[in-house]
Design a protein around this ligand. Sequence first.
Ligand SMILES: Cc1cc2nc3c(=O)[nH]c(=O)nc-3n(C[C@H](O)[C@H](O)[C@H](O)COP(=O)(O)O)c2cc1C
Length: 446
Amino acid sequence: MEAAGTGRQMRLGIFVQAAGHHVAGWRHPDAMPGGPNLALMQHIAATAERGKFDMFFLADNFSTGYGEHPSSIGKFEPLTLLSVLAAGTRHLGLAATASTTYAEPYHTARAFSSLDHLSGGRAAWNVVTTSYPKNGAVFGRQHPPHGERYAMAEEFVEACKLLWDSWDDDAFVMDKERGTFVRPGTLHIPDFEGKYFTVKGGLNLPRCPQGQPVIIQAGSSAPGQALAARTAEVVFTAQNNLNDAQDFYRGLKAQLAQHGRAEEALKIMPGFMPVIGRTEAEASALFAELSRNLDMGQANTVLSDRLGADMSRFDLDAPVPDLPASEHLKSRALLLLEMARREGLTLRELCHRVAASRGHLMVVGTAEQVADMMERWFREGGADGFNLMPPFFPGQFDAFVDQVVPILQARRLFRREYEGTTLRENLGLARPPSRYAGARLESAAE
Ligand SMILES: Cc1cc2nc3c(=O)[nH]c(=O)nc-3n(C[C@H](O)[C@H](O)[C@H](O)COP(=O)(O)O)c2cc1C
Protein backbone atom coordinates (compact mmCIF):
# COMPACT_ATOMS: atom_id res chain seq x y z
CA MET A 1 0.00 0.00 0.00
CA GLU A 2 1.12 3.54 -0.76
CA ALA A 3 2.77 5.41 2.14
CA ALA A 4 0.87 8.45 3.40
CA GLY A 5 1.64 11.57 1.43
CA THR A 6 3.57 9.89 -1.37
CA GLY A 7 0.71 9.47 -3.85
CA ARG A 8 -0.68 12.22 -6.04
CA GLN A 9 -2.36 14.62 -3.66
CA MET A 10 -5.58 16.54 -4.16
CA ARG A 11 -5.34 20.36 -4.03
CA LEU A 12 -8.01 22.27 -2.17
CA GLY A 13 -8.91 25.93 -2.23
CA ILE A 14 -11.71 27.59 -0.33
CA PHE A 15 -13.50 30.12 -2.53
CA VAL A 16 -14.73 32.60 0.04
CA GLN A 17 -17.80 34.75 -0.45
CA ALA A 18 -19.06 36.28 2.77
CA ALA A 19 -22.74 35.85 1.98
CA GLY A 20 -22.25 32.30 0.69
CA HIS A 21 -22.27 30.91 -2.83
CA HIS A 22 -25.94 30.05 -2.95
CA VAL A 23 -27.87 33.25 -3.66
CA ALA A 24 -30.13 32.53 -0.64
CA GLY A 25 -27.32 31.09 1.52
CA TRP A 26 -27.06 34.17 3.73
CA ARG A 27 -30.67 33.63 4.92
CA HIS A 28 -29.92 30.24 6.48
CA PRO A 29 -29.97 30.20 10.32
CA ASP A 30 -26.40 28.78 10.39
CA ALA A 31 -25.03 31.55 8.14
CA MET A 32 -23.15 34.41 9.75
CA PRO A 33 -24.15 37.81 8.40
CA GLY A 34 -22.24 38.32 5.16
CA GLY A 35 -20.92 41.69 4.08
CA PRO A 36 -17.48 42.90 5.09
CA ASN A 37 -17.23 40.82 8.26
CA LEU A 38 -13.61 40.44 9.39
CA ALA A 39 -14.41 38.01 12.22
CA LEU A 40 -16.07 35.68 9.71
CA MET A 41 -13.11 35.92 7.34
CA GLN A 42 -10.70 35.11 10.17
CA HIS A 43 -12.82 32.17 11.25
CA ILE A 44 -12.85 30.78 7.68
CA ALA A 45 -9.08 31.24 7.32
CA ALA A 46 -8.46 29.43 10.63
CA THR A 47 -10.81 26.61 9.59
CA ALA A 48 -9.06 26.34 6.21
CA GLU A 49 -5.69 26.04 7.92
CA ARG A 50 -7.07 23.48 10.37
CA GLY A 51 -8.30 21.52 7.34
CA LYS A 52 -4.83 21.86 5.66
CA PHE A 53 -6.29 23.70 2.68
CA ASP A 54 -3.90 24.96 0.02
CA MET A 55 -5.49 28.35 -0.32
CA PHE A 56 -8.07 30.95 0.58
CA PHE A 57 -9.44 32.27 -2.73
CA LEU A 58 -11.26 35.54 -3.41
CA ALA A 59 -13.04 36.50 -6.64
CA ASP A 60 -13.55 40.14 -7.56
CA ASN A 61 -15.74 42.53 -9.52
CA PHE A 62 -16.37 46.26 -9.52
CA SER A 63 -19.95 47.19 -10.27
CA THR A 64 -23.01 47.30 -8.03
CA GLY A 65 -26.71 46.96 -8.56
CA TYR A 66 -29.89 45.76 -6.86
CA GLY A 67 -30.79 42.14 -7.34
CA GLU A 68 -27.23 40.97 -7.82
CA HIS A 69 -25.66 38.03 -6.05
CA PRO A 70 -25.37 39.26 -2.44
CA SER A 71 -21.74 38.14 -2.33
CA SER A 72 -20.78 40.49 -5.14
CA ILE A 73 -22.02 43.66 -3.46
CA GLY A 74 -20.93 43.48 0.18
CA LYS A 75 -17.28 42.60 0.51
CA PHE A 76 -13.76 43.73 1.21
CA GLU A 77 -11.25 44.63 -1.48
CA PRO A 78 -9.38 41.30 -1.81
CA LEU A 79 -5.72 42.31 -1.37
CA THR A 80 -6.49 44.47 1.66
CA LEU A 81 -8.32 41.59 3.31
CA LEU A 82 -5.60 39.05 2.48
CA SER A 83 -2.95 41.33 3.99
CA VAL A 84 -4.78 41.17 7.30
CA LEU A 85 -5.28 37.40 7.05
CA ALA A 86 -1.57 36.93 6.26
CA ALA A 87 -0.77 38.06 9.80
CA GLY A 88 -3.08 35.51 11.42
CA THR A 89 -2.16 32.43 9.38
CA ARG A 90 1.09 30.50 8.73
CA HIS A 91 0.54 28.02 5.93
CA LEU A 92 -2.56 29.02 4.02
CA GLY A 93 -2.08 30.30 0.47
CA LEU A 94 -3.72 33.68 -0.15
CA ALA A 95 -5.24 34.10 -3.61
CA ALA A 96 -6.83 37.28 -4.90
CA THR A 97 -8.49 37.95 -8.23
CA ALA A 98 -7.25 41.00 -10.10
CA SER A 99 -8.28 42.20 -13.52
CA THR A 100 -5.93 42.76 -16.45
CA THR A 101 -8.50 44.98 -18.15
CA TYR A 102 -8.83 47.67 -15.50
CA ALA A 103 -5.39 48.10 -13.91
CA GLU A 104 -1.76 48.83 -14.69
CA PRO A 105 0.82 46.01 -14.51
CA TYR A 106 2.98 48.03 -12.12
CA HIS A 107 0.21 48.35 -9.49
CA THR A 108 -0.71 44.69 -9.73
CA ALA A 109 2.87 43.33 -9.75
CA ARG A 110 3.76 45.51 -6.78
CA ALA A 111 0.68 44.63 -4.71
CA PHE A 112 1.08 40.86 -5.19
CA SER A 113 4.81 41.02 -4.53
CA SER A 114 4.05 42.90 -1.30
CA LEU A 115 1.52 40.26 -0.27
CA ASP A 116 4.08 37.55 -0.98
CA HIS A 117 6.61 39.33 1.26
CA LEU A 118 4.03 39.95 3.99
CA SER A 119 2.94 36.32 4.03
CA GLY A 120 6.35 34.69 3.69
CA GLY A 121 5.63 33.32 0.21
CA ARG A 122 1.92 32.52 0.15
CA ALA A 123 0.50 34.92 -2.48
CA ALA A 124 -1.38 33.92 -5.62
CA TRP A 125 -2.92 36.09 -8.33
CA ASN A 126 -6.07 34.93 -10.12
CA VAL A 127 -5.73 36.57 -13.51
CA VAL A 128 -9.11 37.55 -14.98
CA THR A 129 -10.07 39.71 -17.90
CA THR A 130 -13.33 40.78 -16.14
CA SER A 131 -16.56 39.31 -17.36
CA TYR A 132 -19.25 41.93 -17.25
CA PRO A 133 -19.48 44.95 -19.55
CA LYS A 134 -21.02 47.05 -16.75
CA ASN A 135 -17.71 46.83 -14.85
CA GLY A 136 -16.27 49.32 -17.35
CA ALA A 137 -18.61 52.08 -16.20
CA VAL A 138 -16.88 52.67 -12.85
CA PHE A 139 -13.74 53.53 -14.81
CA GLY A 140 -15.69 55.57 -17.37
CA ARG A 141 -14.58 53.14 -20.05
CA GLN A 142 -16.10 50.89 -22.66
CA HIS A 143 -15.63 47.20 -21.88
CA PRO A 144 -13.25 45.84 -24.55
CA PRO A 145 -14.39 42.82 -26.58
CA HIS A 146 -13.38 39.29 -25.50
CA GLY A 147 -10.44 38.90 -27.94
CA GLU A 148 -8.99 42.28 -27.08
CA ARG A 149 -9.28 41.61 -23.34
CA TYR A 150 -7.17 38.49 -23.77
CA ALA A 151 -4.61 40.34 -25.94
CA MET A 152 -4.34 42.85 -23.08
CA ALA A 153 -4.04 40.04 -20.55
CA GLU A 154 -1.14 38.42 -22.43
CA GLU A 155 0.79 41.70 -22.33
CA PHE A 156 -0.21 42.46 -18.77
CA VAL A 157 1.08 39.16 -17.39
CA GLU A 158 4.31 39.41 -19.39
CA ALA A 159 4.93 42.90 -18.01
CA CYS A 160 4.28 41.72 -14.44
CA LYS A 161 6.74 38.85 -14.83
CA LEU A 162 9.39 41.31 -15.99
CA LEU A 163 8.63 43.54 -13.02
CA TRP A 164 8.96 40.63 -10.57
CA ASP A 165 12.45 40.00 -11.96
CA SER A 166 13.49 43.62 -11.44
CA TRP A 167 15.94 42.57 -8.75
CA ASP A 168 18.04 39.44 -8.45
CA ASP A 169 17.25 37.20 -5.48
CA ASP A 170 20.44 38.22 -3.70
CA ALA A 171 20.27 41.95 -4.48
CA PHE A 172 19.41 43.34 -1.03
CA VAL A 173 22.55 42.49 0.98
CA MET A 174 22.14 45.40 3.40
CA ASP A 175 25.78 45.07 4.52
CA LYS A 176 26.29 47.56 7.38
CA GLU A 177 30.08 47.12 7.48
CA ARG A 178 30.62 47.90 3.85
CA GLY A 179 27.74 50.34 3.57
CA THR A 180 26.23 48.31 0.71
CA PHE A 181 22.44 48.30 0.72
CA VAL A 182 21.98 46.60 -2.67
CA ARG A 183 24.59 44.68 -4.63
CA PRO A 184 25.65 46.46 -7.84
CA GLY A 185 24.56 44.82 -11.10
CA THR A 186 21.47 43.18 -9.60
CA LEU A 187 18.82 45.59 -10.91
CA HIS A 188 17.23 44.85 -14.30
CA ILE A 189 14.95 47.69 -15.27
CA PRO A 190 12.07 46.44 -17.41
CA ASP A 191 11.85 48.04 -20.82
CA PHE A 192 8.50 46.80 -22.01
CA GLU A 193 6.52 48.41 -24.78
CA GLY A 194 3.36 46.64 -25.86
CA LYS A 195 0.24 47.69 -27.71
CA TYR A 196 -1.69 48.28 -24.48
CA PHE A 197 0.89 48.65 -21.72
CA THR A 198 4.30 50.22 -21.37
CA VAL A 199 6.60 49.70 -18.38
CA LYS A 200 9.96 51.43 -18.18
CA GLY A 201 10.97 51.06 -14.58
CA GLY A 202 11.54 48.43 -11.91
CA LEU A 203 9.68 47.43 -8.77
CA ASN A 204 10.76 49.18 -5.62
CA LEU A 205 10.90 46.06 -3.47
CA PRO A 206 13.08 42.92 -3.52
CA ARG A 207 12.26 39.79 -5.51
CA CYS A 208 9.52 38.05 -3.53
CA PRO A 209 9.94 34.81 -1.53
CA GLN A 210 8.24 32.68 -4.20
CA GLY A 211 10.20 34.41 -6.97
CA GLN A 212 6.81 35.15 -8.50
CA PRO A 213 3.41 34.80 -6.88
CA VAL A 214 1.53 31.69 -8.03
CA ILE A 215 -0.44 32.52 -11.19
CA ILE A 216 -4.02 31.31 -11.34
CA GLN A 217 -6.17 31.78 -14.44
CA ALA A 218 -9.95 31.77 -14.58
CA GLY A 219 -11.20 31.80 -18.12
CA SER A 220 -11.93 28.71 -20.13
CA SER A 221 -12.41 29.83 -23.74
CA ALA A 222 -9.72 29.08 -26.37
CA PRO A 223 -7.82 32.33 -25.70
CA GLY A 224 -8.28 31.77 -21.96
CA GLN A 225 -6.74 28.32 -22.26
CA ALA A 226 -3.90 29.63 -24.44
CA LEU A 227 -3.04 32.20 -21.77
CA ALA A 228 -3.22 29.51 -19.09
CA ALA A 229 -1.03 27.06 -21.01
CA ARG A 230 1.66 29.69 -21.34
CA THR A 231 1.54 31.34 -17.93
CA ALA A 232 -0.79 29.77 -15.35
CA GLU A 233 0.10 27.33 -12.58
CA VAL A 234 -3.45 26.79 -11.40
CA VAL A 235 -6.61 26.97 -13.49
CA PHE A 236 -9.96 27.65 -11.86
CA THR A 237 -12.74 26.45 -14.13
CA ALA A 238 -16.49 25.85 -14.07
CA GLN A 239 -17.40 22.25 -14.99
CA ASN A 240 -20.53 20.33 -14.10
CA ASN A 241 -20.15 16.89 -15.63
CA LEU A 242 -17.21 14.52 -15.65
CA ASN A 243 -17.08 14.03 -19.43
CA ASP A 244 -16.69 17.72 -20.17
CA ALA A 245 -14.28 18.12 -17.25
CA GLN A 246 -12.12 15.30 -18.64
CA ASP A 247 -12.14 16.88 -22.13
CA PHE A 248 -11.16 20.23 -20.66
CA TYR A 249 -8.47 18.67 -18.48
CA ARG A 250 -6.95 16.63 -21.32
CA GLY A 251 -7.15 19.50 -23.82
CA LEU A 252 -5.52 22.04 -21.55
CA LYS A 253 -2.77 19.71 -20.30
CA ALA A 254 -1.97 18.78 -23.91
CA GLN A 255 -1.23 22.44 -24.68
CA LEU A 256 1.51 22.65 -22.04
CA ALA A 257 4.12 20.75 -24.06
CA GLN A 258 4.11 23.51 -26.73
CA HIS A 259 5.57 25.76 -24.07
CA GLY A 260 8.06 23.22 -22.77
CA ARG A 261 6.02 22.71 -19.61
CA ALA A 262 5.31 19.46 -17.77
CA GLU A 263 1.70 18.44 -17.05
CA GLU A 264 2.29 18.75 -13.30
CA ALA A 265 3.28 22.40 -13.71
CA LEU A 266 -0.40 23.33 -13.99
CA LYS A 267 -3.11 22.22 -11.55
CA ILE A 268 -6.70 22.19 -12.76
CA MET A 269 -9.18 22.99 -10.00
CA PRO A 270 -12.87 23.14 -10.91
CA GLY A 271 -15.27 24.92 -8.58
CA PHE A 272 -17.30 22.53 -6.43
CA MET A 273 -20.36 23.12 -4.24
CA PRO A 274 -21.01 20.40 -1.65
CA VAL A 275 -24.31 20.63 0.22
CA ILE A 276 -23.60 18.39 3.20
CA GLY A 277 -25.96 16.63 5.60
CA ARG A 278 -25.46 13.90 8.21
CA THR A 279 -27.81 11.80 6.08
CA GLU A 280 -28.91 12.06 2.46
CA ALA A 281 -32.35 13.16 3.64
CA GLU A 282 -30.81 15.94 5.77
CA ALA A 283 -28.75 17.19 2.81
CA SER A 284 -31.81 17.19 0.52
CA ALA A 285 -33.84 19.03 3.15
CA LEU A 286 -31.08 21.64 3.45
CA PHE A 287 -31.00 22.16 -0.30
CA ALA A 288 -34.82 22.39 -0.40
CA GLU A 289 -34.69 25.04 2.32
CA LEU A 290 -32.14 27.09 0.34
CA SER A 291 -34.33 26.81 -2.76
CA ARG A 292 -37.45 27.90 -0.84
CA ASN A 293 -35.65 31.03 0.36
CA LEU A 294 -34.71 31.97 -3.18
CA ASP A 295 -36.17 35.13 -4.70
CA MET A 296 -36.90 34.15 -8.32
CA GLY A 297 -36.51 37.75 -9.53
CA GLN A 298 -33.02 37.84 -8.07
CA ALA A 299 -32.17 34.40 -9.49
CA ASN A 300 -33.30 35.66 -12.90
CA THR A 301 -31.07 38.74 -12.57
CA VAL A 302 -28.06 36.59 -11.67
CA LEU A 303 -28.75 34.32 -14.66
CA SER A 304 -29.29 37.30 -17.01
CA ASP A 305 -25.95 38.74 -15.91
CA ARG A 306 -24.25 35.43 -16.62
CA LEU A 307 -25.85 35.02 -20.04
CA GLY A 308 -25.51 38.65 -21.04
CA ALA A 309 -29.21 38.68 -21.99
CA ASP A 310 -32.38 39.79 -20.20
CA MET A 311 -34.10 36.51 -19.30
CA SER A 312 -37.06 38.11 -17.47
CA ARG A 313 -38.99 38.36 -20.77
CA PHE A 314 -39.16 34.55 -21.20
CA ASP A 315 -41.62 32.04 -19.74
CA LEU A 316 -40.11 30.53 -16.58
CA ASP A 317 -41.78 27.19 -17.12
CA ALA A 318 -40.83 26.73 -20.78
CA PRO A 319 -37.56 25.16 -21.94
CA VAL A 320 -34.55 27.51 -21.86
CA PRO A 321 -34.64 29.44 -25.16
CA ASP A 322 -31.73 29.31 -27.61
CA LEU A 323 -29.50 32.36 -27.29
CA PRO A 324 -26.45 33.45 -29.21
CA ALA A 325 -23.26 33.05 -27.15
CA SER A 326 -22.53 36.31 -25.39
CA GLU A 327 -19.44 38.19 -26.56
CA HIS A 328 -18.54 39.08 -23.02
CA LEU A 329 -18.92 35.80 -21.21
CA LYS A 330 -18.20 33.12 -23.74
CA SER A 331 -17.25 30.01 -21.84
CA ARG A 332 -19.56 30.59 -18.86
CA ALA A 333 -22.66 31.34 -20.95
CA LEU A 334 -22.08 28.34 -23.20
CA LEU A 335 -21.58 26.09 -20.20
CA LEU A 336 -24.97 27.06 -18.77
CA LEU A 337 -26.82 26.76 -22.07
CA GLU A 338 -25.27 23.36 -22.77
CA MET A 339 -26.17 22.16 -19.28
CA ALA A 340 -29.78 23.32 -19.79
CA ARG A 341 -30.01 21.56 -23.16
CA ARG A 342 -28.35 18.35 -21.97
CA GLU A 343 -30.60 18.05 -18.93
CA GLY A 344 -33.75 19.46 -20.58
CA LEU A 345 -34.08 22.24 -17.98
CA THR A 346 -36.84 24.82 -17.91
CA LEU A 347 -35.84 28.43 -17.36
CA ARG A 348 -37.03 28.17 -13.74
CA GLU A 349 -34.84 25.12 -13.16
CA LEU A 350 -31.85 26.84 -14.75
CA CYS A 351 -32.45 29.87 -12.49
CA HIS A 352 -32.32 27.56 -9.47
CA ARG A 353 -29.12 25.88 -10.67
CA VAL A 354 -27.39 29.19 -11.36
CA ALA A 355 -28.57 30.61 -8.04
CA ALA A 356 -26.99 27.61 -6.33
CA SER A 357 -23.62 27.00 -7.94
CA ARG A 358 -23.54 29.21 -11.06
CA GLY A 359 -22.89 26.20 -13.30
CA HIS A 360 -20.17 24.65 -11.15
CA LEU A 361 -20.27 21.01 -10.03
CA MET A 362 -22.69 20.50 -7.13
CA VAL A 363 -23.32 17.48 -4.90
CA VAL A 364 -26.12 17.23 -2.34
CA GLY A 365 -25.36 14.39 0.04
CA THR A 366 -23.41 12.95 2.96
CA ALA A 367 -19.69 13.51 3.59
CA GLU A 368 -19.00 10.05 2.10
CA GLN A 369 -20.93 10.88 -1.07
CA VAL A 370 -19.12 14.21 -1.38
CA ALA A 371 -15.73 12.49 -0.94
CA ASP A 372 -16.73 9.81 -3.48
CA MET A 373 -17.48 12.41 -6.13
CA MET A 374 -14.23 14.27 -5.46
CA GLU A 375 -12.24 11.05 -5.60
CA ARG A 376 -13.86 10.02 -8.87
CA TRP A 377 -13.10 13.33 -10.61
CA PHE A 378 -9.59 13.31 -9.18
CA ARG A 379 -8.75 9.72 -10.14
CA GLU A 380 -10.49 9.75 -13.51
CA GLY A 381 -8.74 12.73 -15.05
CA GLY A 382 -11.29 15.46 -14.36
CA ALA A 383 -9.41 17.48 -11.75
CA ASP A 384 -6.20 17.95 -9.77
CA GLY A 385 -8.22 19.40 -6.94
CA PHE A 386 -11.17 21.68 -6.27
CA ASN A 387 -12.02 25.23 -5.38
CA LEU A 388 -14.68 24.66 -2.75
CA MET A 389 -17.83 26.78 -2.86
CA PRO A 390 -19.98 26.19 0.26
CA PRO A 391 -23.59 27.37 -0.08
CA PHE A 392 -23.11 29.46 3.09
CA PHE A 393 -20.47 30.21 5.71
CA PRO A 394 -19.33 29.17 8.20
CA GLY A 395 -21.64 26.16 8.86
CA GLN A 396 -21.20 24.32 5.56
CA PHE A 397 -17.45 24.93 5.41
CA ASP A 398 -17.03 23.72 8.99
CA ALA A 399 -18.99 20.60 7.99
CA PHE A 400 -16.63 19.98 5.08
CA VAL A 401 -13.49 20.33 7.18
CA ASP A 402 -14.87 18.25 10.06
CA GLN A 403 -16.53 15.52 8.01
CA VAL A 404 -15.09 15.33 4.46
CA VAL A 405 -11.41 16.18 5.00
CA PRO A 406 -10.84 13.19 7.38
CA ILE A 407 -12.32 10.86 4.74
CA LEU A 408 -10.02 12.26 2.03
CA GLN A 409 -7.07 11.88 4.42
CA ALA A 410 -8.01 8.31 5.32
CA ARG A 411 -8.12 7.53 1.59
CA ARG A 412 -4.64 9.08 1.26
CA LEU A 413 -5.91 11.63 -1.22
CA PHE A 414 -5.18 14.69 0.87
CA ARG A 415 -2.37 15.83 3.17
CA ARG A 416 -2.39 15.52 6.96
CA GLU A 417 0.36 18.15 7.31
CA TYR A 418 1.58 20.97 5.12
CA GLU A 419 4.63 19.96 3.09
CA GLY A 420 6.33 23.35 3.07
CA THR A 421 6.01 26.96 4.11
CA THR A 422 5.29 28.62 0.75
CA LEU A 423 2.22 28.09 -1.41
CA ARG A 424 4.47 26.83 -4.22
CA GLU A 425 5.95 24.17 -1.94
CA ASN A 426 2.52 23.04 -0.83
CA LEU A 427 1.16 22.92 -4.37
CA GLY A 428 4.28 21.10 -5.59
CA LEU A 429 5.23 23.93 -7.96
CA ALA A 430 8.80 24.94 -8.75
CA ARG A 431 10.09 28.36 -7.71
CA PRO A 432 10.74 30.23 -10.99
CA PRO A 433 14.35 31.38 -11.26
CA SER A 434 14.90 34.96 -12.34
CA ARG A 435 15.30 35.21 -16.13
CA TYR A 436 18.64 36.92 -15.43
CA ALA A 437 20.02 34.23 -13.09
CA GLY A 438 21.68 32.25 -15.92
CA ALA A 439 23.34 35.36 -17.36
CA ARG A 440 24.84 36.24 -13.95
CA LEU A 441 26.28 32.74 -13.60
CA GLU A 442 27.71 32.87 -17.11
CA SER A 443 29.35 36.26 -16.63
CA ALA A 444 30.77 35.11 -13.28
CA ALA A 445 32.31 32.09 -15.02
CA GLU A 446 33.93 34.20 -17.75
C1 LIG B 1 -14.27 29.90 -12.95
C2 LIG B 1 -14.20 31.35 -13.38
C3 LIG B 1 -14.08 32.34 -12.42
C4 LIG B 1 -13.99 33.68 -12.80
N1 LIG B 1 -13.88 34.65 -11.84
C5 LIG B 1 -13.90 35.95 -12.19
C6 LIG B 1 -13.85 36.99 -11.23
O1 LIG B 1 -13.76 36.77 -10.03
N2 LIG B 1 -13.91 38.27 -11.65
C7 LIG B 1 -14.00 38.60 -12.97
O2 LIG B 1 -14.05 39.77 -13.29
N3 LIG B 1 -14.01 37.64 -13.92
C8 LIG B 1 -13.97 36.33 -13.57
N4 LIG B 1 -14.00 35.37 -14.54
C9 LIG B 1 -14.14 35.81 -15.94
C10 LIG B 1 -12.96 35.65 -16.88
O3 LIG B 1 -11.83 36.35 -16.47
C11 LIG B 1 -13.32 36.08 -18.28
O4 LIG B 1 -13.43 37.47 -18.36
C12 LIG B 1 -14.62 35.48 -18.76
O5 LIG B 1 -14.87 34.22 -18.24
C13 LIG B 1 -14.57 35.32 -20.24
O6 LIG B 1 -13.49 34.52 -20.58
P1 LIG B 1 -13.61 32.99 -20.97
O7 LIG B 1 -14.60 32.98 -22.08
O8 LIG B 1 -12.21 32.66 -21.37
O9 LIG B 1 -14.07 32.21 -19.78
C14 LIG B 1 -14.05 34.03 -14.17
C15 LIG B 1 -14.16 33.02 -15.12
C16 LIG B 1 -14.22 31.68 -14.76
C17 LIG B 1 -14.31 30.63 -15.84
